[in-house]
Design a binder for this molecule. Structure first.
Ligand code: 3PG
Ligand code: MG
Length: 399
């Protein structure tokens, strides 16, 4: 992938940057600014080079038209603070406001465009419609920098098509992410331990399948563990279950055994009769979850077991929380795994929005991990071994 430096002297050039500023919001308050912070180094480098920087990004999944609750405006002040310079804001994507805003930029100044998904062309499956929108975007700039790692698995106008229309390069965030994640999959130092959690088994099937031939140990916790326990024939009460995946999961357990991959499941579970922050809870063996309860966290024995399976790892990839960490009462399992990964001396990568947010919100020092990815789906797809459109287009080498 080409670097920003390869774009030549950028002084006075208009540079369109695709960042991923899709942050969780509580109203207009950013509850985890990890992605905004991660976008800063590339933007700073471009500003220092004297470029006129135009940032495009999305927030949530609007349906191709403006919707106030998906406005990127709440991100402007945080980005300004972090950059130490004013960030101008255009209230549309390629319309009058965007054009005027770009025209008003002096060398070393920066602007953010309103949510790029307010325009239907951005996510259109119709190549021509997407291309037409990408051409409008490209007309705003002289060069393109792809730095939104969280969206590189999306074949969208501001990620994919525009890279074919302008001299294009990868920003440092995208480069670092790809390098770190490939280090995990290409030739990991062993033992290679993978920890998977979170609610959706279906989303992670591809990763599990790919890792069954690569990992030494796969630790399964969080909401997805109950489908595994069910596949082993245990009662799981009202716990999360992906009934459609039970057979697939059974197949995985057989493959793991055949390949000599150690599959580690919870041995005890924190259960409650209701899903709430202050629900009364108890710890039960994972093989005996009472019928009228649901599992909301891994239990203390499991936390210890998982930690012992992480301690000697040379490579760790972790995606997905171990329980409902948003409720303090059910955050212990996730906290224990975060601590175990932080203490591990190997190369440790945290992939995914939720696990990254969990680590930060639980107060762990980010520097204790080798790499915290800004991508959820993108990091998983990379680990799965899929080709990501937004990376492929940069590696092909365009203009
Ligand atoms: C994310 O939150 O994972 C990225 O910003 C991508 O968002 P998307 O899943 O809506 O494309
Ligand atoms: Mg997502």
């Amino acid at each position: 992938m080409k670097t920003i430096e390869s774009l030549g002297d950028l002084r006075g050039k208009r540079v369109l940057v695709r960042s991923d500023l899709n942050v969780p919001l509580d109203g207009t308050r950013i509850t985890d600014d990890g992605r905004v912070r991660a976008s800063v180094p590339t933007l700073k480098a471009l500003l220092d080079a004297g470029a006129r920087v135009l940032v495009v990004a999305h927030l949530g999944r609007p349906k191709g038209a403006p919707e106030e609750k998906y406005s990127l405006r709440p991100v402007v002040s945080r980005l300004s603070e972090l950059l130490g310079t004013e960030v101008k804001f255009a209230t549309d994507t390629v319309g009058e406001s965007a054009q005027e805003t770009v025209a008003s930029l002096a060398d070393g100044e920066i602007a953010l465009l309103e949510n790029i998904r307010f325009n239907a062309g951005e996510t259109s499956k119709d190549e021509a419609e997407r291309r037409a929108f990408a051409e409008q975007l490209a007309a705003l700039a002289d060069a393109y920098v792809s730095d939104g790692f969280g969206v590189v698995h999306r074949k969208q106008a501001s990620v994919y098509d525009v890279a074919q229309l302008l001299p294009a390069a990868a920003g440092s965030l995208v480069r670092n992410e790809v390098e770190s994640l490939r280090k995990v999959t290409d030739d990991p130092e062993r033992p290679f331990v993978v920890i998977l959690g979170g609610a959706k088994v279906a989303d992670k099937l591809g990763v599990i399948e790919n890792l069954l031939t690569k990992a030494d140990r796969i630790i399964i916790g969080g909401g997805m563990a109950y489908t595994f326990l069910k596949a082993q024939g245990h009662e799981i009460g009202k716990s999360l279950l992906d009934a459609e995946q039970v057979d697939t999961v059974k197949g995985y357990m057989e493959t793991a055994e055949k390949n000599g991959v150690e599959l580690v499941l919870p041995v005890d579970t924190v259960v409650a009769a209701e899903f709430s922050a202050d629900a009364e809870s108890e710890v039960v063996p994972s093989t005996q979850i009472p019928a009228d309860t649901e599992g909301l966290d891994i239990g203390p024995k499991t936390a210890e077991l998982f930690a012992s399976k992480i301690a000697d790892a040379k490579t760790v990839f972790w995606n997905g929380p171990m329980g409902v960490f948003e409720f303090e009462k059910f955050a212990e399992g996730t906290r224990a795994v975060a601590e175990a990964v932080a203490s591990c001396e190997g190369f440790t990568v945290i992939g995914g929005g939720d696990s990254a947010a969990a680590v930060r919100n639980l107060g762990f020092d980010e520097s204790r991990y080798s790499h915290i990815s800004t991508g959820g789906g993108a990091s998983l797809e990379l680990i799965e071994g899929k080709e990501l459109p937004g990376i492929a287009i940069l590696e092909e080498g365009t203009k």
